[in-house]
Ligand binder design. Structure first.
Ligand SMILES: C[S@@+](CC[C@H](N)C(=O)[O-])C[C@H]1O[C@@H](n2cnc3c(N)ncnc32)[C@H](O)[C@@H]1O
Length: 237
């Protein structure tokens, strides 16, 4: 039985408050709980989106900005990061001080983006999609703000497929991570995490929602026995 709300405005309100509250320990708990593998997943996302110095990238649900900074280091292009949680954005802005260039962070909702149609060459969302109130509303916004031939990349947790790895991972994800979270952060945040993955879409459902939103050339790649999945698509007529 669900302990948390998994769609709609109530979910959005809960998620926003939660990330505001856990912002200070967010990066640390990511590294500790994933043994640094989360960095490899984000690097894989960055490897799959080819940009140039002239490209414009929107990183939605940017959090403390690590995907945005990864792209900036590689391409020195124009980057905007948006997140609904003010405290996450504040940390991204502090981290951005060491970079000199066109990289900006704003508070904003993925489901109501404030950018004009056809504004970006690529849109990324890493471990944020699962947390949205309405996947369909967000995907139609993502499609709207992307240029023709613009690329979308969604990195998200999945249920591991490997029959020997899944039980080990499930124990770690459902028992150990909440324990680490309760010691260092807001306890319910790290109970919400495994439950939100449980209630998240299947790989096929994500692909079919991308298709319904208008995206083409959709594919996905699993990482680390299917713990994380990268979805790629393209806006093309
Ligand atoms: C797990 S964090 C991921 C942060 C970052 N992308 C990363 O890879 O570490 C999820 C982020 O999604 C943000 N978020 C959740 N719902 C959102 C929404 N509707 N619009 C924008 N950001 C949202 C949260 O505030 C949080 O910072």
């Amino acid at each position: 039985m669900a302990q948390f709300i998994h769609k709609g405005e109530e979910k959005k309100k809960y998620v926003k408050q939660m990330f505001n509250d856990i912002s200070k320990t967010y990066d640390l708990i990511n590294i500790l709980s994933s043994f640094g593998i989360d960095r490899y997943w984000r690097r894989s996302l960055i490897r799959h989106i080819n940009l140039s110095h002239n490209s414009k990238l929107l990183d939605v649900a940017t959090g403390t900005g690590d995907v945005a900074f990864g792209f900036f280091k590689k391409y020195n292009c124009s980057i905007v990061g948006v997140d609904i949680a003010k405290n996450m954005i504040e940390l991204a802005k502090i981290k951005a001080n060491k970079y000199n260039g066109n990289i900006d962070f704003f508070e904003g909702d993925a489901e109501k983006l404030t950018f004009s149609n056809d504004s970006f060459d690529a849109l990324t969302i890493s471990f944020g999609f699962r947390n949205l109130g309405s996947y369909d509303t967000a995907l139609s916004e993502f499609y709207r703000v992307l240029n023709q031939n613009g690329k979308i990349a969604i990195l998200e947790f999945s249920k591991p497929k490997s029959f020997w790895f899944a039980p080990i991972f499930n124990f770690y994800f459902n028992k150990v991570i909440p324990l680490i979270g309760s010691l260092l952060s807001r306890k319910d945040a790290y109970l919400y995490l495994p439950e939100s993955v449980d209630y998240f879409l299947t790989r096929q459902d994500v692909c079919s929602k991308l298709k319904t939103a208008g995206f083409k050339n959709i594919s996905y790649i699993d990482y680390t026995f299917g713990v994380a999945t990268l979805y790629i698509g393209e806006k093309s007529e």
